[in-house]
Every structure is written in structure tokens, then in C-alpha cells.
Design a protein around this ligand. Structure first.
Ligand SMILES: [Zn+2]
Length: 151
């Protein structure tokens, strides 16, 4: 447990908002599991009806893993369960951060850098546009990568 920021890794789902009137689709980060939206330029905080801070007695907190490889594996597992555009990246964690052998559960989090996984982008999304939109919205470094996510 610490009050200093810790850097972990995560996988996100890419939410796609398609404005009417033929404008280009806009993308944003969503949680892979919950229907939670990661608002640009705002810390995401743990939401639990019982705990303000992540509790050992509960499963609450913002989840993160310790390595890029683990984040890719997370993305891979998610993609197998349901095909969806995915992003991995580093995430800053602060407030109460519970540490486990495989990862963290944090009170607060915000992306530090993002990697757009080219292979799982739907055809209608231009990868360059996705990179630019994420960079502009979340104010973080965004790169494109081509990992093999095949099951
Ligand atoms: Zn809880």
C-alpha cells in the first residue's frame, strides 16, 4: 500500500461514437469488463458501494497488471471472449493501491501512454485517426502496434 503513484499496465476496450451527419467516428476508452467510460483529462476512481478505497475483502478498485506482456495477455483473453477493438497501455495508479503478485487494485488511475492494437481495429476505423483522437483527448503518447492477437 502506498500513496505514491505506481505505474502499471492495462487493457481497454475502444468505445466508438458515431456522430450523425457523416462526421468521422470518435473513439474513447472503456473498461473491458464494466460499462465504465474513462473520461479524458479526468482521474478514474474506484466505484464501490461499500468502500471509498479498494478493500482486501472486496474485488473493488481499478485493476492493472505489472507488465506489458500481461496486458497483452489480458487483451488476448478479452478478444477471445468477444471481438472488440482494444488498446493497451501504461497507467498511473494512486491513492490506495493494493499490490498483488500479478497486479494492482487502485483507488485512482489515469492512462500514462497507450498502444493501439492495429490488428483488432474494425475496418471502418482509420488507425491514424484513432491514434490522433486518443492523443488529443487523453493528452498521452499513443503508438500503433501490431501484436499477434490470434487465438
Ligand atoms: Zn469494495
Amino acid at each position: 500500500m502506498t500513496s505514491n503513484a505506481i505505474r502499471g499496465w492495462r487493457a481497454w476496450r475502444l468505445g466508438v461514437f458515431e456522430p450523425s451527419g457523416g462526421d468521422a467516428p470518435e473513439v474513447f476508452l472503456r473498461s473491458c469488463v464494466h460499462d465504465a467510460y474513462w473520461t479524458p483529462r479526468e482521474a478514474v476512481s474506484s466505484r464501490c458501494v461499500e468502500h471509498v478505497r479498494p478493500s482486501l475483502l472486496c474485488g473493488c478498485g481499478i485493476y492493472a497488471v505489472k507488465t506489458r506482456a500481461a496486458a497483452l495477455e489480458w487483451a488476448q483473453t478479452t478478444a477471445r471472449a468477444m471481438p472488440m477493438p482494444l488498446v493497451i497501455g501504461e497507467v498511473n495508479l494512486w491513492g490506495r493501491v493494493l499490490q498483488f503478485s500479478s497486479g494492482y487494485r487502485a483507488q485512482h488511475a489515469y492512462p500514462y501512454s497507450l498502444e493501439v492494437l492495429d490488428d483488432v481495429l474494425p475496418r471502418e476505423l482509420d488507425p491514424k485517426l484513432v491514434v490522433r483522437q486518443l492523443r488529443d483527448a487523453y493528452v498521452v503518447d499513443v503508438t500503433r502496434v501490431r501484436p499477434r492477437l490470434a487465438a
